[in-house]
Design a protein around this ligand. Sequence first.
Ligand code: GLN
Length: 186
Amino acid sequence: MTVGIIAIQGAFLEHAHTLEKLGIKTLWVKEPADLKHIDRCIIPGGESTAISKQMCESGLMQALKKRIEEGMPTMGTCAGLVLMAKSVDKDPLITLGVMDIQVKRNAYGRQLGSFSTRASLPLISQNQVELIFIRAPYIQKVEPSVQIIHVHESRIVAVLQNRMFAVAFHPELTEQTCFHEYFLTI
Ligand code: GLN
C-alpha cells in the first residue's frame, strides 16, 4: 500500500516522517500521473491559496477530485481540510469540493491564530491527544452525511465522511501517530 502526499507546499515532509514511523510507503504527488501509483492520499497543511493554484494549473485538482469521488481514502489537515470543502466562507478559493462542509479560513483571528491544546478523541486514541492549530480554519456547517469527530470550544474541527477524514489541526507536527493510524483504517 502506498500513501500519496500532495507535495506542492506546506507540511508534506512531516506527514511522510509520521508514515515512515508506521512503516508505510509514501510517494510525493505533484501532478496527475503520480495518482496512478497511490492507494490513499494526504493533503497537508500550508497555504491553501498556493496549493489550489498549482493544483489547478497542473490538472491535479480535477484528477484528484475524480479519484476521491471514486472512493480513494483521503485525509486533509488544516489547509488540506479547506481544499476538501464544498464551500469556503467569503472566499473565492477553488477547492476539490468533495466534502459536504462549509469552512472558514484563518478563523481564529490573528491573536488566537496559533495554539495547542490537549483533548480526548476516543475514536482516535485511548489517551489524550495533542492538537496544534496554526492559522487554522474551522467548520461552520456540515451536511447530515458528515460525522463530527471533534468540537473545540463550540467549533467543529474534525470530521469524517465516507472515506474522507479532515482535521483543522496538524497531527503531523506532533510525535503522535494515532491520527495517521486511524486514517489507515478508513
Ligand atoms: N490558513 C491557511 C489557509 O487557509 C491554513 C493554515 C495551515 O494549513 N496551517 O491556507
